[in-house]
Design a protein around this ligand. Structure first.
Ligand code: NAP
Length: 271
């Protein structure tokens, strides 16, 4: 396989938003490490789409909640493609049961926090070290204030949610995990800037995927009839993918720790 183009790891890329991100990156010429947890067939289908789009792909099973699985992702990127330029922390889960805050179980809390926050934290730590090592030996990188210093920077993109700042008392553990992921973005942005690595947060709104399938009727009503969003439609995975591709291609070289809302205007306060 070619080792010349840039490489991205996308977690949770077998379905939904992650799949669209992988395909968009493939269309941008990226090599893509497609991570999945249990759905090998869907991951393989995603790999075919990435290749059709013009990229190269490899699929890797790894449970993001388990630190011991993370090495497989890094090794696949290094051994198959020779480096890591972009990490997209997309894998995430909703609570298995939506329960009132006063009834949230410890099991559900741990499951959400492990998958949506703890896992991405330690994966990012591991990938950042690989990126730093590569950056240190990169002859074109000088940590000074030059515009467009050596092409697109390596970057890390965290897919959070409007739940990072919106209180839903029937899935508090999801909101807490996403708020933590938002702070994680700020922390790594502050820490990695000196190494020429930018970190971004993308906050999707309500996106049509398997995750929102069970609550489709509720959101149809809110979006299409009750004016929840200024832009009166569901979001699509491709809406998120476009933002990730722009970042990965270096569209925001002088921004880090930046929050990008891709939510149909949900965050706009209205009166
Ligand atoms: P989805 O359709 O349910 O897809 C989830 C993906 O994550 C699948 O590829 C799944 O892999 C993978 N995954 C789940 N647990 C994993 C684990 N422990 N390790 C590795 N991969 C795992 O979800 P989605 O709607 O695309 O959501 C993607 C991200 O966007 C999540 O972080 C979610 O919180 C966030 N988000 C979604 C919405 C929305 O409205 N849909 C809104 C805001 C934010 P398998 O196929 O192997 O199960």
């Amino acid at each position: 396989m070619s080792k010349t183009s840039r490489t991205a790891i996308v977690t949770g890329a077998s379905r939904g938003i992650g799949r669209a991100i992988a395909v968009a990156l493939g269309g941008g010429g990226f090599n893509v490490v497609i991570n999945y947890n249990s759905n090998a067939e869907a991951a393989q289908a995603c790999a075919e789409l990435v290749k059709q789009a013009g990229g190269q792909a490899v699929t890797v099973q790894a449970d993001i909640a388990k630190s011991e699985d993370h090495r497989r992702l890094v090794d696949a990127a290094m051994e198959t493609f020779g480096g890591i330029d972009v990490l997209v922390n997309n894998a995430g889960v909703a609570p298995k049961v939506r329960a009132d805050l006063l009834e949230t179980s410890e099991d559900s809390y741990d499951y959400l926090l492990d998958t949506n926050l703890r896992g991405p934290f330690f994966l990012t730590q591991q990938v950042a070290k690989v990126m730093i090592e590569k950056r240190a030996s990169d002859p074109v990188f000088l940590p000074v204030f030059l515009p467009d210093n050596g092409g697109p920077r390596p970057c890390i993109v965290n897919i959070t949610s409007i739940s990072a700042y919106t209180a839903s008392v029937n899935r508090g553990e999801y909101c807490i995990a996403k708020a933590g992921l938002a702070m994680m973005t700020q922390l790594f942005a502050a820490r990695l800037a000196e190494h020429g690595i930018n970190v971004y947060e993308i906050r999707p709104g309500i996106i049509a995927t398997d995750m929102t399938g069970p609550v489709k009727a509720k959101y149809d009503k809110l979006i299409l009839e009750e004016g929840l969003l200024p832009i009166k439609r569901w979001g699509h995975p491709e809406d998120i993918a476009r933002a990730v591709l722009a970042i990965a291609q270096g569209a925001l070289p002088y921004s880090t720790g930046q929050v990008i809302d891709v939510d149909g205007g949900f965050h706009v306060r209205r009166l």
